[in-house]
Design a protein around this ligand. Structure first.
Ligand SMILES: Cc1cc2nc3c(=O)[nH]c(=O)nc-3n(C[C@H](O)[C@H](O)[C@H](O)COP(=O)(O)O)c2cc1C
Length: 333
């Protein structure tokens, strides 16, 4: 999660049994214009995670577009040098880094938002895919497929493990992910609103206060993003619906005085009105700021309770339909 992670959060998630994932600009509070600096910042964060926990963790690398590719190239070099066990690659073709990472012994997960991209990632040799639904925070695919329908279709289409993402914040989400055939769940927004998260307290509070309509998806001609539905996002949406060309929309995002850019201003400095604050629809389900361990242990316990309860509900339904318990109930139906 860009600007929303650091070694402390990642180590807390991993120590609690999750797979903490360092995002782009982890631990940083200002942009860097140098791939070297960005790479060394990442190296330092990786080492800090290792100083805090011996549990496995991952790094997320979005493939840089155009001239930005030098940044992701450098990040790939650093994760290979530092022998990071698992890397999530996003926003680009799996042909770019998969072989380099796998040759270095890295388990490669590619983030996709449509079945055809999952198939392509599998053909390129990735070890697993994250199926990211349109309901998730951050950038989503132009196909705008919600996670409940996406995950099942991806599971049917590929033979590698599928990790479900988008709107998963608790045990109910874990059960839905598992029922859809996913082997793990990838949770972003939930881990913005934890005690160890580096995001601004105002952003954490906005997540706790969010209802089902608190986020907005925008950027059909730029890149699809889901953020807090604040003044910036609603103005952007109005501008794009009125037909403003993509280069002017990009200029509108860049036109930000309060800080280095809207993402830092929003996520790190807590500008709730004009910041670009990525957030998923699941924010409406988050009612308190917890520790990472409470989220992970609580979600797993809730998932187990729900799964056990589902069995009771379904069996009760069967009892109703068949008029009683049948040892060979399936045959009787
Ligand atoms: C603040 C924020 C920043 C994000 N930045 C990235 C990113 O840099 N790279 C990436 O692959 N996904 C990014 N995402 C998407 C997440 O990896 C994940 O797919 C998403 O958060 C899952 O949906 P959820 O937010 O409903 O849990 C970001 C999400 C958030 C909330």
């Amino acid at each position: 999660m860009n600007w929303a992670t650091d070694a402390r959060l990642v180590a807390a998630v991993s120590a609690a049994g999750g797979l903490g994932t360092l995002g782009p600009n982890a631990g940083a509070t200002e942009p860097s214009t140098s791939p070297e600096t960005t790479g060394e910042r990442l190296r330092e964060q990786i080492r800090q995670v290792r100083a805090r926990t011996d549990r496995p963790f991952a790094v997320n690398i979005p493939i840089g577009r155009g001239g930005m590719r030098v940044f992701s190239d450098r990040a790939v070099q650093v994760v290979c040098e530092e022998r990071v066990p698992i890397v999530f690659v996003a926003t680009g073709s799996p042909a770019v880094y998969t072989s380099t990472l796998r040759e270095a012994g890295v388990f490669v997960v590619h983030a996709i938002a449509a079945v055809k991209h999952a198939r392509k990632a599998e053909a390129e040799g990735v070890d697993a895919v994250v199926a990211e639904g349109f309901d998730g925070g951050g950038h989503s695919g132009f196909a705008e497929i919600p996670s409940m329908a996406l995950v099942q279709q991806v599971v049917r289409a590929v033979n590698i493990p599928v990790i479900a993402a988008g709107g998963i914040v608790d045990g109910a989400g874990l059960v839905m992910a598992g029922a859809a055939g996913a082997q793990a769940a990838y949770m972003g927004t939930r881990f913005m609103a934890v005690e160890e998260s580096p995001v601004h307290p105002r952003v954490k509070r906005a997540i706790v206060e969010a209802d089902d309509t608190a986020t907005l998806s925008w950027g059909r001609t730029t890149e699809v993003a889901r953020t807090l539905a604040n003044r910036f996002a609603t103005t952007f949406r109005e501008k794009e619906l009125s037909g403003m060309p993509a280069d002017e929309l990009h200029a509108y995002i860049a036109d930000y005085q309060a800080s280095a850019n809207r993402r830092i201003g929003g996520v790190i400095e807590g500008d709730l009105d004009e910041g670009e604050i990525y957030m998923g629809v699941g924010a409406g389900l988050i009612d308190e700021i917890l520790t990472s361990a409470e989220v992970i242990h609580g979600s797993v316990a809730q998932a187990q309770a729900i799964a056990a309860g589902l069995d009771t509900v379904w069996n009760a339904g069967r009892r109703q339909r068949t008029g009683g318990w049948f040892p060979q109930g399936d045959a009787a139906e």
